[in-house]
Each structure stands twice: as structure tokens, then as C-alpha cells.
Design a protein around this ligand. Sequence first.
Ligand code: ADP
Length: 577
Amino acid sequence: MKLPIADRATLRDHTRELLRRHRRGLGGVLALHTLAAATGLAGPWLLGRMVDAVAHGTTTGYIDQVVAFLVVAVLAQTVLIRYAQRAAMILGETVFADLREQFIGTVTRLPLSTVERAGTGDLVGRTTNDIDRVQHSVRFGIPRILVTTATITLTLVAAFAVDAVVALGLLVGLPLLLGTTRWYLKRAAAGYLRESAAYATLNGTLTESVEGARTIDALGLGPRRRARIDADLREAFAAETYTLRLRTVLFPGVDLSFVLPIIAVVAWGAYLISTGATTVGAVTTIALYAVQVMHPIGELIFWLDEIQVGATSLARIIGVNAIGPDRVATDAAPADERVVARDLRYAYREGQDVLHGIGLDLEVGERLAVVGPSGAGKSTLGRMLAGIHPPTGGQVSVGGVPLVDLPLEDLRGHVALVTQEHHVFVGTVEQNLRLAKPSADDAELRRALEAVDAWEWVDALPDGLATEVGSGGASLTPAQAQQVALARLVLLDPHTLVLDEATSLLDPRAARHLERSLSAVLHGRTVVAIAHRLHTAHDADRVAVVDDGRITEIGRHDDLVAAGGEYAALWHSWQRD
Ligand code: ADP
């Protein structure tokens, strides 16, 4: 299952809403650039006046005056462009920051179950590659499109204002320009996407071949890999040739459509001058406008092309908004701390149940070990008991209320899952801890750290609780990171904990130390421990054997051993080893 991608209508609405929120900034940028473009129009106009003046005989005084105006216009344009560019960059950054914050807000609220089902790769791709692509379009594209459109429009209006009949010559290149750009833009985005996909595939194949060189050699797969690389190369070549063909149509087409109006204005103007319908000055002005408008048109085409690629990425980014919550909280309050599973079923893929109707009553304060072969469904059961995934059948409840009916922040105060994954967030130690309980004061943080045997080293850090940790800050050992995670649990204070191999990845010395911290956290709570080492099972109050998605045996260690069933067999074989 992939994360959704926004359709065209959603994309349009979203963009419109984004622009509407920044309409003041947009208005400011447009106004400044229109002013700058307007001062830019003064040059050709003044030159035209000068030409006419010279043709009719004039004084050096008049020429000096026109030149002085020209200098003022150029200076004014320089200053205006400086502020307009600055405003445009600020606008681009603001819009992009807004987009990024929205996205982070959505991503951090996504139901864990959805993200896990889609695979984190898809989400990471969207938060990195797609954001990168969009950032280019938003930061530079939106401002430049506004600016070039304003400049082009203004120049055309000015040309028609000087002499509408001569200015008609400007339109000669239009059909060719529109024709080639439309033709190009229709094909470009797909063409360039195909090109980058082809290179990604080629890179993948090459890397795989190099990394697996020994295996390929050993299995004699050389010719097959070579054929694969050749095929990838052919595809990359074809994709590259295709976009090259697009450019060989676009560039000459656009260039020709730039030159045609200049020729037309001059030729058509010359004819009109001969009939006395216009002046040399007016033709000069309009011909200069035709030259001046070339650059903004070229830039506009470039950005329309870029924006298309940006839009496909934006569709992937805002597509994430379409994911609904996986649960809706009711205001039911649990009556007690008893966690109960009834006819619990779960399927990662529709129709393929991994858990086949599990029933389980946890005694308050008991310690239950869950054992069984790998792939039996132990971790899945653990995640259900902690309310990570809504079950696909049956339910898990606490004090009579289904876990998925509880608001997430309340749920974690009842049941929490502890896994081998622990994360130190960038920030201070206290910020890391207050994630679990924002209202905790320093004394409470200290007590939590003391409970997990971590106060001593935290206190010894340069700034104690206020020391920056995580990437860029003080680096913590894996054991220390785990202790911080455990201290968060103490603050969260759930009455029931599900442990999924919490310490198995650590080196044995750290593990022993951590186990002390851990047992301090477990004290007085109901604990479900998914055990891979049977000594955990031996020390538990009860043991549940999970096999193929069912609890096949459950009871006290001694009783199960005496019964001589599956657990007894596991236990004896473990003891022999
Ligand atoms: P255990 O913890 O006992 O090793 P799991 O609960 O991890 O077992 O897995 C139970 C079954 O569910 C296995 O067949 C496994 O392949 C499948 N499974 C686990 N996680 C996923 C997942 N994210 N997507 C699809 N199938 C999964």
C-alpha cells in the first residue's frame, strides 16, 4: 500500500489557498516589480523621443536633459529591482516555510499503522526528495513567474500605448511561440521524469552489481548482470534522446519567435514611416521593447517547465493530508486497570490473518512472558496490546474501554510499548524527557532519572539537564539513550507495559546494567514481556506460548513444565543448550 497522491483539483485548491494566505506578500512583490518594470520601460521610450528630436533638429541642451532622465531611470530601476528581488526572495522563503511546517504537522500526526503499512521509505522520500524539488519551484519559481508575467504584460501595454499600429508587428511571433511551448510543456515533465527514473534504475543496478560482485561471480551471473546493465543503459539513452529532441524543437522555435517580431516591427514600421503614419522614434522604441521582452519570455517558459516537475512533487506532499486518522476517540473513561483481549484478530494484508482470535486476561500487576517460534505473531500481539494498530477483529480494552477509543495522549498513560528502538531527539535532556510529560518540573525529571539509574551521568554533563543532546549535541551511548527512553516511561507512568525484546540488541554488560534500570521501571506495573530468552519466562508469573497466531498454552512456568506440552519441550531443549 502506497501513501496517497493528491489529484489535480486538490492540488489546485491547495495552491490557491497557499497563495491566498500570502496575498499581502504577493501583492507587495508584484507592486515593486511592476514599478521596476515600468522604470525599465523609460529607456526605450526616451531613446525614441531622442531619435525623433534629432530627426527634426534639436539642441544639445535637450539631448543632455534626455540623457539625464535616462540616468535617473536606470538608477531608479536598479534600486527598485534590489528591493523587489529581496521581497520576492522573502516571499519564496515564507511560502516554503509555511508549506514545510504544514507538512511536518501532518506527518507527525499520521497514524503509525498507516506509515508502517506504507513503509517508511515512501514517507522519507516525500520529506526529502519531493520537498527539495518543491522548494526550488516555490522559492524561485513563484516569484519569477509573477515578475516575468508582470514585465511582459507591462512591456506590451507600453508598446501599444506608444503606437498601437506599429506594435501589431510584435504579435507576429506569437503563434509560433505558443505552438512550440505548448508542444514542449505537454511532453517535458513526463520526459524528464522518465530520464531521472532511468538513471535511478541504472544507478541501482550498478551499485547492486558492485556490492554483490562476489556473489555474482560465484553463481556465474555475470552475463545476466551485463545484459541488465545494457538494457538500463539503452533505456537511459532513449530517455536522454527523447528530451534532447524536445529541446531541439523548443530552442529554435522560441528563438525564431523572438527574432520575427523585431524584423516585423522594423519592416512594418519602415513602411508606416514612409506613409507618414508614424515616426522613426516610435519604431525605435517598440523595436527596443521587442528586444527587451525576449529575456522575460524565455525565463517564463523555463519556470513553467520547472513548475510542472514541482507540481508532481507537491501532489505527493499534500497527498499525505488525505490520510485520515485510524481511530476516533470517544470520551469513555476506563473503570480500572485491567487489560483484556477478546477474539483478537489482525491482518497486515486483507484476508491473511496473522492473529486468529486471541483471548487474554491480564491480572493487574502480573508479569506475563510471551514465548514462541519466530513469526508466530508475538510482536503483532504486543503491538495490539499497546494499541499501536487498531485490530482488524475483536478488541483489546482497558477497564472496559477499547484501547482505540482512547485519545492517544491518554492511551500512553495506560499502556506503553517498549522496543529496542530508542531515539534521542535534538534538544536538551529535559526537552527529551518532557516529551512524555510537558508539565513535569525539574524535581520530577530528576526522580525519573534516578529511578532508571541515570541521574549520575546526566548530572555530570556540562549543563546537566540543560545539556544539548542528539545530533550536533553531546552524544549519548546506546545504553544512555535507552535510559532516557526508560525515564520517559517513568514520567508517562502507564500501569501496563509491553516489552518487545527491549534489551536484546545491547552488549551484555550494558544489558545487565540496563536490566536494573528496567526492573525499576517495571516495578508495580502489569508487564507483558515478549521473550526470546527463556530465563525471562522462568521468572514471570505466567507464560503464554504463541504459535501460528494463537495462544496454545498459558499458565505458570512450573505447571506448564509439569504438563509436558510445547512449553515443556522448549524449556528442556533450552536447558540442554
Ligand atoms: P514474531 O514476533 O512472533 O516473530 P510477528 O508478529 O513479527 O511474529 O509476525 C507475525 C507474522 O506477521 C509473520 O508471518 C510476519 O511475516 C507477518 N508480519 C509482521 N509484520 C508485518 C508487516 N509489517 N507487514 C506484513 N506482514 C507482517
